[in-house]
Design a protein around this ligand. Structure first.
Ligand SMILES: Cc1cc2nc3c(=O)[nH]c(=O)nc-3n(C[C@H](O)[C@H](O)[C@H](O)COP(=O)(O)O)c2cc1C
Length: 343
């Protein structure tokens, strides 16, 4: 396949995703709390991808300021990620709709029915995460305009199933809306593979952290550049009575202390010094503020250095446009290599 032919082929493969996002490439920059702010998001969109603002626990007025600032830095489409558990979800949606945001991604659990309805009636598209086929079907029925499936190779909060299995289970079944695949995608060749399996596009997080435009602290970026796939591990739960939501991050002093802390809390619970609720709260509070500490303050020893397994493929700081170009070149090279399929 020559280059022009390969480009046309790639364009056709993700045409549905490009139309849905309104972009040159159907590459979403997955929202990363503290990292995906105006600078990285506008850089991704200006480079032909689709940046997504991470709202994390922002109150509505801060989100409004961030969205306005981003609108001032790009004319290209970008989205906003809202966490469904946020106590002011309704007001956050109002902020997005007032600013005529076109795409709202709902993360962190099943969206309340009212949220989907409100987004759609307000004229925006609702994108939802589906961790299993049954949930994907339910979300489509409830009005989700697109689905993201994210495997456990990803950085941050993860489910139990790998990207490759989710893709095999969900892509053939969910055809009513575009499906974007996330988790562990480090090269254009892998991106192409998922497109050929029926994905309309991909979502990348880890690979964008060390973009020049990313405001992540130099220590955070250095940890990514040094990190290998096997360093990015899920947080460990040591007692099923005290559930821990799995988060994939680089192993450090903090992850080791988390184990010690769980052991001490459980000992105190067993000794009758703490009741179940107090013990669970102590465990849950351990990581409060820890992502900010790592991303913004550069404390990569005790902070939470959320990273996916593709961290080993992050080898330097480089402009966002180069990262995206690298993915496109990888996909085109893989297609061009298929000379044996010609004629
Ligand atoms: C540092 C970090 C923070 C993240 N924060 C969020 C978040 O706030 N909301 C969300 O939906 N996903 C979050 N994610 C997941 C990303 O949006 C994306 O889906 C994921 O990184 C894709 O997998 P990859 O890291 O293997 O590319 C985060 C990931 C990282 C690495």
């Amino acid at each position: 396949m020559d280059r022009d032919h390969a480009t046309r082929h790639l364009d056709a493969l993700w045409q549905r995703g490009r139309d849905f996002l309104g972009t040159r490439y159907a590459i979403m920059g997955g929202a990363m709390t503290w990292v995906s702010e105006r600078n990285l998001v506008s850089a991704i969109s200006n480079a032909g991808g689709f940046g997504v603002i991470a709202s994390g626990s922002m109150p509505p007025h801060i989100l409004e300021a961030e969205l306005k600032a981003t609108l001032g830095m790009t004319q290209q489409p970008f989205g906003v990620n809202l966490i469904t558990l946020h106590p002011q979800l309704d007001q956050l949606i109002d902020v997005c709709l007032d600013l005529k945001m076109t795409h709202i991604v709902l993360a962190g659990g099943l969206p309340p029915g009212g949220a989907l309805k409100k987004i759609k009636e307000g004229g925006a598209k609702a994108v939802c995460f589906a961790p299993a086929v049954a949930i994907a079907k339910k979300l489509v029925k409830s009005g989700a305009d697109a689905i993201v499936i994210e495997g456990m190779e990803a950085g941050g909060h993860i489910g139990p199933v790998s990207t490759s299995v989710l893709a095999q289970e969900i892509l053939p079944v969910i055809t009513e809306v575009p499906v974007f695949v996330a988790g562990g995608i480090g090269r254009g060749q892998a991106m192409l593979g998922y497109l050929e399996m029926g994905a309309s596009g991909v979502q990348l997080g880890t690979r964008f952290v060390c973009a020049t435009e990313s405001i992540a602290h130099p220590n955070f970026k250095k940890a990514f550049i040094r990190g290998a796939a096997r360093d990015a591990v899920p947080s460990t739960q040591i007692d099923p009575r005290f559930p821990v939501i799995p988060v994939r991050a680089l192993a450090n002093e903090g992850t080791r202390k988390f184990m010690d802390m769980q052991r001490q809390v459980i000992d105190r619970f067993n000794a009758g010094e703490l009741d179940q609720k107090a013990a669970q709260l102590e465990i849950e509070h351990f990581w409060a503020g820890a992502l900010r500490r790592a991303v913004i303050d550069g404390d990569v020893e005790t902070g939470s250095v959320m990273a996916g397994q593709s961290v080993g493929m992050v080898t330097k700081e480089e402009p966002t446009a180069d990262i995206i170009r690298d993915f496109i070149e990888g996909a085109l090279a893989a297609l061009a290599d298929r000379r044996h399929l010609q004629g």
